[in-house]
Ligand binder design. Structure first.
Ligand SMILES: [Mn+2]
Length: 471
């Protein structure tokens, strides 16, 4: 009994010191962000136009958005460019411009060496694996990994960017950081770590709310069977990606499948909820919303999906105008892009349902040269696995051909990462061998490789994953 008590005490103490250590890490990250904030404020006060360069996904667009909104509120000006990757020529072009402050968001941490060549002030607000290069004196590098905080789960690029403006009294912009976190799939049931801190900021500011609800998408816009089939997170195995199955299930239940969820009678809503919870209990849970927003943007996860759809269509200006507060026309346009994006996804899910994935020993892959499938192959691969359309025991690579190159999007699962898989490292190491480049997070990563190297590359990744699992 005494021993048991003692053990209990030790465990409690351990947890206590762990959370203390976490708060020390957070504190160090916040301090670094404050340095960046001072730099940003100085340039806004000097009436300098701030040059923002950000990534083209929902996180990158939210990252640019949170900083741009803060600058706008302070009466400053900015110039934004959204790019798919921070390639050397992007940095070279930017270096020729005459801005006093450059802010790289959701990208830049891997390129500190190159960014050191910029003569102006630089802020990098990122959450990807950082390079080990020491930044020059006028570069402030805000990245959770530098302080032992997990950037793949605990904070997004938009989160790092939010921390940069936080000290300017911008807690009402915290929700934009979470839009980015949703884009990078950092909310698995709930937010953790720094995202939790950001969430508290938003609640404190009063514009961000959490309530429990059924987490199917577009409840006010789409007929119920589509809402269900279009729901990717959490996945509904058997229903996600399949209009036919969703319609079939609702018919069997005797629920009107052709009307919007919100138009159902309360009893019908409960029947649907109970049935979906049986398939995936996570389908009912916390929903994060900004009640004052336009109905289709109110739910942060759906807001993120709309930005993502714009990004996937290379409609970066449109996505930015939405995050900067424009509604009506831009929003209608964005919803049209989302519709066609969802149609494409449905085609993609039909494809993997039919064909499955190519199996290797330690990885699996899907490959397409089809124009439509190419743009969505990463999502198809990832959701295909989580919705159990594909085997979820091996990491998956989605490969698509771009002229002479192949674009690779890799996805793993949390259990795989726990067993040692680090896709970011695997893709970086493998692509370098063929003159390509790659990297990212342990759980999701990407690469570009020459087309001729396709088979050798796949074999090398297969071997690297094998050795990661065995070390
Ligand atoms: Mn990101």
């Amino acid at each position: 009994m005494a021993n048991y008590q003692k053990d209990g005490d030790t465990i409690q103490q351990k947890q206590h010191s762990l959370s203390n250590r976490d708060s020390e890490k957070h504190h160090a990250l916040l301090n670094r962000a404050s340095e960046a904030c001072d730099m940003l404020k100085k340039h806004i006060e000097n009436d300098n136009i701030i040059r923002l360069i950000s990534h083209n996904d929902a996180d990158g667009i939210s990252a640019a958005g949170v900083i741009a909104n803060a600058i706008k509120e302070e009466g400053g000006q900015f110039h934004i460019t959204i790019v798919p990757r921070l390639k050397p020529d992007v940095i070279r072009d930017v270096a020729k411009e005459k801005y006093e402050l450059y802010v790289f968001s959701d990208m830049g941490s891997a390129c500190i060496k190159q960014l050191n060549s910029l003569k102006s002030d630089v802020i990098v607000a990122d959450h990807h694996q950082p390079s080990t290069h020491k930044p020059k004196d006028n570069l402030v590098h805000v990245n959770p990994h530098l302080f032992g905080v997990d950037g793949s789960r605990e904070i997004s690029g938009a989160g790092s960017s939010y921390l940069v403006v936080r000290d300017m009294g911008k807690k009402h912009l915290a929700y934009m950081a979470l839009i980015g976190a949703f884009g990078d799939m950092q909310c698995q049931n709930r937010f953790t770590g720094v995202n939790q801190l950001i969430l508290k900021d938003g609640q404190e500011a009063g514009n961000l709310e959490i309530h429990e609800d059924l987490k199917i998408v577009s409840k006010t816009q789409e007929p119920l069977f589509k809402s269900i089939a279009y729901t990717l997170n959490p996945p509904l195995p058997g229903l996600t990606g399949s209009l036919e199955n969703s319609q079939g299930l609702l018919e069997k239940m005797g629920v009107s499948y052709g009307i919007n969820f919100i138009e159902l009678e309360d009893e019908e809503k409960d029947v649907v909820k109970d049935e979906l919870v049986k398939i995936n209990p996570q389908i009912f849970g916390d929903v994060y919303s900004v009640p004052r927003e336009h109905p289709v943007l109110r739910n942060l996860e759906e807001y993120s999906a709309i930005l993502d759809a714009c990004g996937k269509n290379k409609e970066y200006g449109l996505a930015l105008s939405i995050i900067l507060g424009e509604r009506e026309e831009p929003l209608d346009k964005a919803l049209k892009f989302q519709k066609s994006y969802r149609d494409n996804l449905t085609k993609g899910f039909d494809w993997i349902n039919r064909e499955g994935a190519q199996q290797m020993n330690y990885i699996q892959y899907i490959y397409s040269e089809d124009k439509v499938l190419k743009s969505i192959i990463g999502t198809i691969a990832g959701v295909g696995m989580s919705a159990k359309i594909l085997d979820d025991n091996k990491p998956i690579l989605g490969l698509s051909r771009l002229h002479k190159d192949i674009k690779v999007s890799g996805r793993a699962t949390r259990p795989m990462v726990t067993c040692g898989v680090n896709l970011g490292k695997a893709l970086a190491d493998a692509s370098v061998n063929f003159g390509g480049q790659g990297g990212g997070h342990d759980i999701a990563a990407g690469a570009i490789i020459p087309y001729e190297a396709k088979n050798q590359f796949l074999h090398l990744v297969d071997q690297i994953i094998e050795s990661q699992l065995n070390s």
